[in-house]
Ligand binder design. Sequence first.
Ligand SMILES: *Cc1c(COP(=O)(O)O)cnc(C)c1O
Length: 471
Amino acid sequence: MHYISTRGNTPKMQFSDVLLMGLAPDGGLMLPEHYPQIDKATLDKWRTLSYTELAFEIMSLFATDIPKDDLKALIDKTYTKTAFGNDDITPVRTLKDGIKILELSNGPTLAFKDIAMQFLGNAFEYVLKQKNERLTIIGATSGDTGSAAEYALRGKDNITVFMMSPHGKMSQFQRAQMYSLMDDNIHNIAINGMFDDCQDIVKALQQDADFKAKYSLGTVNSINWGRILAQIVYYFKGYFASTTDNSQKVSFCVPSGNFGNICAGHIAREMGLPIDRLIVATNENDVLNDFFQTGKYIPRTSDKTYVTSSPSMDISKASNFERFIYLLVSKDSQKLNELWQDVGSGKGFDLKDLLCDISGKYGFTSGKSTHADRLATIKSLYEGDNDLIDPHTADGVKVAREVRLDDEMIVVAETALPAKFSETIVEAVGDIDITRPEHTQDIEILPQKVVVLENKAELVRAQIEKFVTPN
Ligand SMILES: *Cc1c(COP(=O)(O)O)cnc(C)c1O
């Protein structure tokens, strides 16, 4: 399988090259030339597979330049009961009203990002060894990506990590998770700004070709293709766990920020998984909801991005969105370049003429949730179902309840565990005991390692120059 850039100006590449890349050299995102098609017979065969078996079947369609035995070993090493708490890796539970919860957050950092990132950590190490190369990972996080990346990459040979986060905007637990890592190859940088500012710094450094080559810059942000690939697996697994045969359809409702999680669902649907609707749930930062309702995409600047109680979705420029729009505009790279020029200038774009395709052909719909909705949803599940969900998952459940049609089976992605956001849980249901996995007890009292910097790319550049020997 070959990979191409959405912007149409990058030579075709193989999986292991794309794996180590951030943005494509032409500024676009890499994606497969075609999505493989899964026929009914194959789907029937896959229904009874374990998580690792299924992951192998799906990933081997995309990672065609990695020997199959090596890929299998990487997958088996990643998706273990030790790392994810149970053999199903992503089990499904059902609420009283029939809505299902796809548990994606039982990994080391209690958020769904572990599923992709744990794989990426092992895959990076493998590919770097093969190529005899090293990598400097620069990343931006609003909380969960950073900790998931750091836990996946800590102590790995030939990898150094510089992770930027918006200073003071993450929960106490999230800060403790990241900043308490003392590994020499992990560097935490708190930026005086918002998440989007951090992301802009990553982009600025990535776009400096000389600097990028000199320090072998790479990224683990949600634009990384390897992450999207790893996430495709749990849409299949979640579908099989929620149905009894492959004639049934399921809708997925996904708390969304950078459009990475639901982009994987979109690809699973394109591959032929019987997904009915893909429901994008946003918080108060609702640019994606606006797009799916009106066809207008107008990203906001960081001063118009709200700090909310589902902070991992406080994003107003969805970095993976381009992968969907590319398909929506019939793979017309020139058109896509024009659209993103208008995104870059702040004007945004209007694709209302394509609204029929967006909802019909591609199955997308959306809804939004607010702080009050989130609290009410957490409370209603706690009291009605004796079930505790985190604020992001609550946004998903709120939207799922709102848009659900008669007889529609909706699976909501559980994108984090409540223990990560105890402040909001307490606000919703009072001062209850929130269960925490053993390894996260008392992490708030551990010493922390972080530098605080002004919102300037040069300052981050200087940090990298200080700690990494150039090529
Ligand atoms: C990252 C994250 C999201 C948003 O996922 P995207 O892939 O960026 O759309 C939602 N909820 C939680 C808890 C997250 O960590």
